[in-house]
Design a protein around this ligand. Structure first.
Ligand code: PLP
Length: 405
C-alpha cells in the first residue's frame, strides 16, 4: 500500500468561496505582515479594516494572554464582567444607551435590523417593518443583510429575497422620502460605504436623513462596521455630522482582529429587546471582551483619534500628489481619516495585484477603487513608504496606446 499522506492534494478541502492571492502570511509586526517565504508586506488593507492597532500590538497581546489563561467562554447564561465594562465604555463615549455583543459585522447588522423592527412591534406599530436602504451598500452575507444591500451579484442563486427592504439611489433625498410609507420602520446606511468604493454620505445627507426619521417616526440605523472604531478620526463616523442615530452596528476594528461585533442602541430603540428575543452562544465571550476592551484602552487614549485624523490628512495629501503625477493611473481620493479610497483609471484589481508584488497590501472595492486602510497606529515613515510604492507601481505601469502613466 502506498502512503499518500504527503502527496499534493488534488483539490482543496475548502469550499471555493474565495479567490485568494498566492501569498501565505506567517506573522505580523505592527503595520507589517511577513509571509512564509520571508517577504515583508506593508499592510494597508488591515484584513479589510480589522487590525486597527496593527499586528501583535503589545497591549492587546498582554490583555488577551492574561484572559487566555483565565477564562474563554461561559455563554450568556451567566454574567460576563467584560461585557458590562465594554458596554459601559461604549455608552459613555457615544450616543448609545445599551449594547449587545455578537461575533461579526453581519450579525451586528442582522441584530440591528431585528431591533429596528421589534422596536415598532413593541411600541404599537407592528405594521412598520420595512427598512429603506441605499444603493451600493454592503451589510453582510446573511439572507436579510443581502436583501438590505440589494446587490444582484451577491443575491443571485440564493432563492427568494427576504422581504422588507426598499433600496433607493445613494445621496438622493427625494427618492428616499418618496419611499417612506406607513410600513417604514427605519432607514439604514453606512456613513461611508466601504465595499461600495469608499463613498461617503455627505454630512448634509446624514442630517437630512435624521430629520426625515424624526418627521416620520423612523429609526436611523447606521452600519459603522467599517467606518467606526476611530477609522475616520472620530470614534464613530456619524459624529462628523453632529447627529445621533438610534442604532449602530459595529465589528471589524472593535476586536482588533478578534471576531467581535456589537449592536449599539439609543434609549428609544433599546426598548425593542427583552430577555429571550435575541441572542448568540459565543457573543461577548470573555476572550472577545478582553480583546475589545484592550482595543478601546488604546483608541480612547487622549490624542489618539486626533493623530488618526492628522495621519489621514497626510496620506490624503500624498495621494493627491500621486494623482497629479499619474493621471493615467489614479483619478481621485475619497473618504475620511484612514478610511481612504483611491479611484483608479486602470483596473483596480490589477493595481492591487501590482502593489502586492511591490510589497503593499490594499483592498479593491466597487467603482474601480482601491481601499487604503492602514492600521490606525501607522507612522509617518510607513505612510511615506506606502506612497513611494504607489508612485513606483504607477511609474512602471505599461503605457496604454497614446496614454500616459
Ligand atoms: N457592514 C459593512 C459596512 C461591512 O464592510 C461588512 C464587511 O465587510 C459587513 C457589514 C459584514 O461584516 P462581516 O464580514 O464581519 O460579517
Amino acid at each position: 500500500m502506498t502512503d499518500t499522506k504527503d502527496a499534493a492534494p488534488t483539490h482543496s478541502p475548502l469550499l471555493p468561496t474565495y479567490a485568494r492571492y498566492p501569498v501565505t502570511m506567517d506573522r505580523g509586526e505592527g503595520c507589517w505582515l511577513i509571509a512564509t517565504d520571508g517577504r515583508r508586506y506593508l499592510d494597508f488593507g488591515t484584513g479589510i479594516a480589522v487590525t486597527a492597532l496593527g499586528h501583535a500590538h503589545p497591549h492587546l497581546v498582554e490583555k488577551l494572554t492574561e484572559q487566555v489563561a483565565k477564562l474563554w467562554h461561559t455563554s450568556n447564561l451567566y454574567h460576563i464582567p467584560g461585557q458590562e465594562r465594554l458596554a459601559q465604555r461604549l455608552v459613555d463615549s457615544s450616543f448609545a444607551y445599551q449594547a449587545f455583543f455578537c461575533n461579526s459585522g453581519m450579525e451586528a447588522m442582522e441584530g440591528s435590523i431585528k431591533l429596528a423592527r421589534r422596536y415598532h412591534a413593541v411600541t404599537g406599530n407592528p405594521q412598520k417593518y420595512r427598512i429603506i436602504t441605499v444603493e451600493g451598500a454592503f451589510h453582510g452575507r446573511s439572507l436579510a443583510t443581502l436583501a438590505a444591500a440589494n446587490n444582484p451579484k451577491y443575491l443571485k442563486g440564493f432563492g427568494p429575497k427576504v422581504d422588507g427592504f426598499d433600496n433607493v439611489p445613494f445621496a438622493n433625498m427625494n427618492a428616499l422620502r418618496a419611499a417612506i410609507s406607513d410600513e417604514t420602520a427605519a432607514i439604514l446606511l453606512e456613513p461611508v460605504q466601504g465595499e461600495g468604493g469608499i463613498r461617503a454620505a455627505s454630512l448634509d445627507y446624514l442630517r437630512q436623513i435624521r430629520t426625515a426619521c424624526d418627521e416620520f417616526g423612523l429609526l436611523m440605523v447606521l452600519d459603522e462596521v467599517q467606518s467606526g472604531m476611530g477609522r475616520t478620526g472620530k470614534l464613530w463616523a456619524h459624529e462628523w455630522a453632529g447627529i445621533e442615530p438610534d442604532i449602530v452596528g459595529s465589528a471589524k476594528g472593535l476586536g482588533g482582529g478578534f471576531p467581535v461585533g456589537a449592536v449599539l442602541a439609543g434609549e428609544k430603540a433599546a426598548q425593542g429587546f427583552e430577555p429571550g428575543v435575541h441572542g448568540t452562544t459565543f457573543g461577548g465571550n470573555p476572550l472577545a471582551m478582553a480583546a475589545a476592551n484592550a482595543v478601546l484602552d488604546v483608541i480612547l487614549e487622549p490624542g489618539f483619534l486626533a493623530a488618526v485624523e492628522q495621519k489621514g490628512a497626510l496620506l490624503t495629501q500624498g495621494l493627491e500628489k500621486l494623482i497629479a503625477r499619474h493621471p493615467g493611473i489614479y483619478e481621485a481620493v475619497r473618504g475620511a481619516g484612514l478610511l481612504l479610497g483611491l479611484k483608479c483609471v486602470v483596473p483596480n484589481g490589477e493595481v492591487a495585484t501590482a502593489l502586492l508584488h511591490a510589497g503593499l497590501l490594499v483592498v479593491p472595492a466597487a467603482e474601480n477603487v482601491i481601499r487604503i486602510l492602514p492600521p490606525l497606529i501607522v507612522s509617518e515613515a510607513e505612510i511615506a513608504i506606502a506612497l513611494d510604492i504607489l508612485d513606483k507601481v504607477a511609474a512602471g505601469w505599461p503605457k496604454a496606446e497614446g496614454g500616459k502613466a
